[in-house]
Design a protein around this ligand. Sequence first.
Ligand code: RP5
Length: 175
Amino acid sequence: MSKSPVVGIIMGSQSDLKVMSEAAEILTDLKVDFELTVVSAHRTPSRMVEYAESARDRGLKVIVAGAGGAAHLPGMVASMTTLPVIGVPVKSSNSLDGWDSILSILQMPGGIPVATVALNGAKNAGILAAEIIGAQDADIAQNLAQYKTELQEKVLKSAEELERNGWKTKPIGFK
Ligand code: RP5
C-alpha cells in the first residue's frame, strides 16, 4: 500500500483476498504503488460507482478487479472509467466450478473491454498492471526486466538439475 497508488486492487468480498493478495505481493516486489480494498457490485453498488468514477482523478492508472460467481464487478467498473481494467475470475465459495466467474468477466460486450486473466490469476494481473505502468515508467520497466531475467534463470537452473539428477528431481515451483 502507498500514499500515491497508481494501481487499484479491488475485490467483491474479503473472501477473495487469499487469491487477490497475490496481485498485491507481486506489485510490492516490483515496487509499484497500489491500494487495495473491497468493492462489491451487488452489495455496495453506490460504492462501486463512486470508486470507478473517482479512480482516474485520484491518480490511479490501472484497476485490477477480482470477483467470483456472478462476477459483475470488473465489467461494471470498466463501464464507468476510461482506465484499463484487468479482471481476475475467482473460484469462490458460491462458484459452480469457476466458469461462471470466467465467463462473466471475459465475455464483455463490444466497447467495454476487460483484460481477463486465468482463473485465480491475480499474480499475472499484478504483472500486467505493472507492465501497463512500466510502459511509461522506466524504473518499473527495469524492475520487470529483472523479474523476467530471474524467472529465466530459475527455469534454466531447473532444467540443469533435471538433466543432472533425472526425473526424481524435486520440482522447484514457480509460485
Ligand atoms: C462475489 O461473491 C465475491 O467476489 C466473492 O467471490 C463471492 C462470494 O462472496 P462472499 O459470500 O464470500 O462474501 O461477489
